[in-house]
Design a protein around this ligand. Structure first.
Ligand SMILES: Cc1ncc(COP(=O)(O)O)c(C=O)c1O
Length: 430
């Protein structure tokens, strides 16, 4: 029998086009009216555990009062102002607060409003860096399984995950290399060396340590160090897309903190405002910034979104950084890492799950399934429904299940997430 739709679901069905949703078959969306910590609440006060941090954005928990107060105060003071020709305290203070956490050579922060735009800007910085220096470089190198976002540059840079087929002919050419997964490190480095031989590459763009949408696939920092150092020797810029890995997702502030070789450009989004407001940044070295300084106006980076440097977003990001620095949050991050590791060990004996892996606060596993381990594996919808029926929001990538909670998730809530996964594994249904 079909469930009766709520008023909000009916109104939604009439006017909304949802992201990543096949409306011909999708179930009605769950109406959420409020949230607190790691919990989402529907109209009937049903509690759902947000075990995917609302598309990997939420670090410190939903509806954090300190952050909400900071945003409210900023709204009353200065909600927005054009950022070309003008500046304001929240943007400067945020940049000053962020830069000490970034690789030492980083000295400039460029604002935008999503992870995709942060990546676009990183790629544009790299292209124009060589253009301004009158050096011909035409190619971007990325990983096979990469995911860098939704805009055309970001789609071009992403690997073939089957999401962009309709646009394939409209994307610019990118050279893909295999990830340095365990056992593949030498192959990855060898392919990169070969690709760089023609001196035609302007940048190497990568998700450090962890391929997110590509299936939560992990690789070692030392292997990435080797690739960055190969690029460095060839005078190729390196761009770390830390949109997902930033803000302690990997256990450290940035995944780049695990590296000895540091990227020239870093892209940040999602957790920058703890998932509260759309803000992103692309940071770079003084050397890159300097290449845009000239008497010739055409050397300018002609890029700016309406909401570039939005003060309210910046205020949210400053508040988020302050909360992240608190001892309680740091303890929570360590606790989530430890709990995830304990659950990883517990999962090992299960025969129907494989490649159980962890990177900092993120735990991922492949449910054994017929067909390929990819985004379109049929198990996805069945698993999603199974978990949601048990009040846990887990959004499998095909047959890959991952847990990426807000750090404030309680032990009890984590126990429940783990319990429903074990229940699924023991159910005989999957
Ligand atoms: C690594 C990475 N880069 C970029 C993006 C795009 O970010 P946004 O969805 O904010 O545009 C994502 C989104 O999932 C991501 O995981």
């Amino acid at each position: 029998m079909k469930e009766k739709l709520t008023d909000l679901q009916n109104r939604d069905a009439a006017v909304i086009w949802h992201p990543y949703t096949q409306h011909a078959v999708a179930k009605p969306p769950v109406p959420i009216v409020r949230a607190n910590g790691a919990l989402l609440y529907d109209e009937n006060d049903r509690e759902i555990i947000d075990a995917v941090a609302s598309w990997w954005t939420n670090t410190i928990g939903h509806a954090h009062p300190y952050l909400a107060d900071a945003v409210h105060a900023q709204m009353l003071e200065l909600e927005h102002v054009i950022f070309a020709g003008f500046t304001h305290y929240p943007a400067v203070e945020l940049a000053e607060k962020l830069l000490p956490h970034l690789p030492e050579k980083h000295s400039r922060v460029f604002f935008s409003d999503s992870g995709s735009t942060a990546v676009e800007i990183g790629v544009k910085m790299a292209i124009q860096y060589f253009h301004n220096k009158k050096i011909k470089r035409k190619k971007l190198v990325t990983f096979d399984n990469a995911f860098h976002g939704e805009t055309f540059g970001a789609m071009s840079a992403s690997g073939d995950l089957g999401l962009n087929n309709a646009f394939a002919e409209h994307l610019f050419e990118v050279v893909r290399i295999p990830e340095p997964y365990s056992g593949q490190e030498e192959k990855s480095a060898a392919v990169l060396r070969e690709v760089l031989e023609n001196n035609d590459v302007y940048a190497f763009l990568f998700e450090p340590l962890l391929q997110g949408a590509g299936g939560m696939k992990m690789y070692a920092a030392a292997a990435l160090d080797e690739l960055i150092s190969i690029c460095c020797k060839a005078d190729v810029l390196t761009i770390a897309d830390e949109v997902m890995t930033g803000f302690y997702r990997t256990g450290k502030m940035f995944a780049s903190d695990y590296l000895t070789q540091k990227p020239d450009v870093v892209c940040l989004g999602k957790g920058l405002t703890a998932g509260s407001l759309p803000l992103a940044v692309t940071t770079c070295t003084e050397e890159i910034f300097t290449a845009f300084l000239s008497d010739n106006k055409k050397s300018t980076l002609f890029h700016g979104h309406s909401f570039t440097g939005n003060p309210t977003g910046c205020a949210a990001a400053i508040a988020s950084l302050e909360i992240l620095e608190q001892e309680k949050t740091q303890r929570d991050i360590r606790r989530v890492c430890r709990r995830q590791e304990e659950f990883l060990q517990k999962l090992k004996p299960y025969k129907n799950v494989e490649n159980v892996r962890r990177c900092g606060t993120i735990l991922a596993m492949d449910f054994k399934a017929e067909g390929k381990t990819d985004y379109f594996n049929n198990l996805r919808d069945r698993l999603y429904d199974y978990f949601l029926e048990r009040d846990v929001l887990l959004r499998p990538l095909g047959n890959v299940i991952y847990i990426m909670p807000p750090y404030c998730i309680t032990d009890g809530q984590l126990d429940k997430v783990y319990a429903v996964i074990e229940e699924a594994l023991e159910s005989g249904e999957f």
